[in-house]
Design a protein around this ligand. Structure first.
Ligand code: PAF
Length: 313
């Protein structure tokens, strides 16, 4: 019997194999059903929320877990540093692994269960031969800079969505941050194209007091690099203000502002359709429902950020 509801422990239950995950989610849903019955809400549809992560958690992940805790009866988080989505072995090796802190953060948000498999648990026969392909939209922007990244990401997300899928007729949601906007749009597209039975929830970017978007990689920035990195969020905010005023965006000037920042190596700054990631206006006013996206290397750290551009009123 796994304690749930008000008796939930401060540190969530930790499992590492797919079989343990399936058994534990079934037990948690049963317990939630008993609580609903005891409260005489027997016909209420139960829901399970999944929060996939790679660990190295921060307040942005806490916001995902909180959104799930608010909406769902049972909340499961996963922590898995997925080798398939790293092109660079050095980047994979130095990705933060902070399991104890992560469990405390997830426990504080009321997460019931954490699935933290080893690589052999997720890929028992070695790397999978069959993978999900992100298609052309996975080859632009982040995909152009990190070939294969989105195929690897979608492959593990498809597996995680399947592994945590409730066996009962509970409804099912999965939560992803809007900071990884291209990732989120590809996951939505995969769910649509492959008819996966899950609802994808995007959760707004969480920023530090000075506007820097939270990222597991920020911990690798020196103080000077962190200050330099602020040019990204500030340039996006300036674009958002111009869009709100109906002024031409002048992306060339915005790019020049970033390029001029010491130690910041701009990869891209563009305005895209949030669903297809096709570039939209280069210099005119922002079209309806556009997203400004940026990526840059600051020192050795690659950072991304984005903002929605309001339609002019
Ligand atoms: O955004 C992440 O942390 C990862 O890409 C995800 C979605 C957990 C898949 O490994």
């Amino acid at each position: 019997m796994i304690p749930t509801g008000p008796d939930r422990p401060a540190i969530p239950l930790l499992v590492s194999t797919p079989a343990e995950l399936r058994a534990a989610t079934a037990t948690l849903l049963d317990a939630a059903r008993s609580r609903a019955d005891a409260a005489d809400a027997g016909d209420a549809r139960l829901s399970l929320g999944l929060v996939p992560t790679m660990g190295g958690l921060h307040a942005g992940h806490a916001a995902l877990a909180r959104a799930a805790r608010t909406a769902d009866d049972v909340v499961v988080a996963s922590i898995f540093v997925n080798p398939l989505q790293f092109g660079d072995q050095a980047d994979l090796d130095r990705y933060p692994r902070t399991l104890d802190e992560d469990l405390r953060l997830l426990g504080a948000q009321g997460v019931d269960l954490v699935f933290a498999p080893a690589v052999e648990d997720m890929y028992p026969g070695g790397e999978p031969l069959v993978r999900v392909s992100a298609g052309p939209a996975g080859g632009v922007f982040e995909g152009a800079s990190r070939p294969g990244h989105f195929d690897g990401m979608l492959t593990v997300v498809a597996k995680l969505l399947n592994l945590a899928q409730p066996a009962t007729r509970a409804s099912y949601r999965a939560y992803f941050g809007e900071k990884d906007a291209q990732q989120l749009s590809l996951i939505r597209r995969m769910v649509l194209d492959l008819d996966l039975r899950v609802r994808i929830e995007g959760v707004p970017i969480v920023r530090d007091h000075d506007g820097l978007a939270l990222s597991s990689r920020n911990r690798f920035l020196s103080d000077d690099e962190r200050s330099a990195a602020l040019v990204l969020s500030r340039t996006l905010a300036a674009l958002r203000d111009r869009a709100a005023r109906g002024e031409p965006l002048d992306l060339a000037a915005a790019r020049a502002r970033i390029t001029a920042a010491e130690g910041v190596d701009l990869d891209y700054l563009d305005v895209v359709d949030p669903a297809s990631f096709a570039p939209t206006a280069a210099s005119g006013p922002a079209p309806h429902a556009a997203l400004a996206v940026v990526a840059a290397r600051v020192g050795a750290v690659r950072l991304i950020d984005n903002t929605t551009l309001p339609a002019p009123h």
